[in-house]
Design a protein around this ligand. Structure first.
Ligand code: HEC
Length: 223
């Protein structure tokens, strides 16, 4: 009489085995530091970049764009270095996505100048006739809502003080509104005159896109 003839015992024992297996393969790694690598080169988003990230989610850009480069030769050739776990340390929620109607954006930071993004966002079809990406020029007509910026960074535990957040916002505003901003012409073209001295949703979006993959590119360059 083997265990096969005792259905109840068999069920209990197999449940126990599966339970132990789950704990060992799922929960133990969850609390092992090696599965949550902290890398000094990956920096949290600034308050402005985080606002851009929120707009990215609000607009559902992740329905058409992924943010993860798989370790496959074709992907690495097209997009660059494949994604590493530590790159997502500050992504809550993550935006890996599952659909690539448009290209992956994990390495978009630094690929183009800001001016390219301003004109592409205004009219993707002007740059790529067949693009089915909707135009987002209206984002330049919305003043960026910064009333919750500090709360957002503190909920995500980025470790910024209220004045850090204020400085980041002031600094970025000074950069994009300066007369020597290299992308001034394309920014002014889509930003209404009354908002040119302020931060718009479009500015935050561009800041966010320029951050994607930038830390990894910097690390690679420093090697
Ligand atoms: C309906 C699908 C769709 C949506 C929604 C969409 N895109 Fe796109 N996107 C595309 C396609 C297709 C392309 C490739 C052609 C082009 O560049 O216009 C693209 C290209 C891009 C590129 C250039 C990528 C490169 O490497 O050249 C960026 C940046 C981008 N999108 C950002 C965004 C952002 C930000 C949003 C949300 C505000 C967004 N997209 C929403 C389809 C989409």
């Amino acid at each position: 009489m083997g265990i096969n003839s005792k259905p109840v015992v068999f069920a209990v024992l197999s449940a126990a085995v599966i339970l132990v297996g789950t704990v060992v393969t799922v929960f133990v790694p969850l609390f092992m530091p090696s599965t949550q690598p902290a890398s000094p080169y990956v920096k949290p988003y600034t308050a402005v970049e985080l606002e851009g990230r929120d707009i990215y989610m609000r607009e559902g850009c992740n329905n058409c764009h992924t943010q993860t480069v798989r370790p496959l030769r074709t992907e690495v050739l097209r997009y660059g270095e494949y994604s590493k776990p530590e790159e997502f340390a500050y992504d809550r929620p993550f935006l890996w996505g599952s659909r690539r109607t448009g290209p992956d954006l994990a390495r978009i930071g630094g690929k183009y100048p800001d001016s390219w993004h301003y004109s592409h966002m205004e009219s993707p079809q002007r740059l790529f006739q067949k693009s089915n990406m909707p135009p987002y020029g209206w984002m330049a007509m919305n003043r960026l809502d910064i009333s919750n910026s500090f709360r957002k960074t503190s909920i995500l535990k980025y470790g910024y003080s209220e004045s850090d957040v204020k400085n980041q916002i002031d600094e970025y505003r000074a950069t994009v509104t300066s007369d020597s901003y290299p992308s001034k012409e394309s920014r002014d073209k889509i930003t209404p005159p009354e908002l040119r001295k302020d931060l718009t949703e479009m500015d935050a979006m561009v800041a966010y896109l320029q951050k994607l993959g930038r830390d990894v590119k910097n690390m690679e360059a420093a090697k």
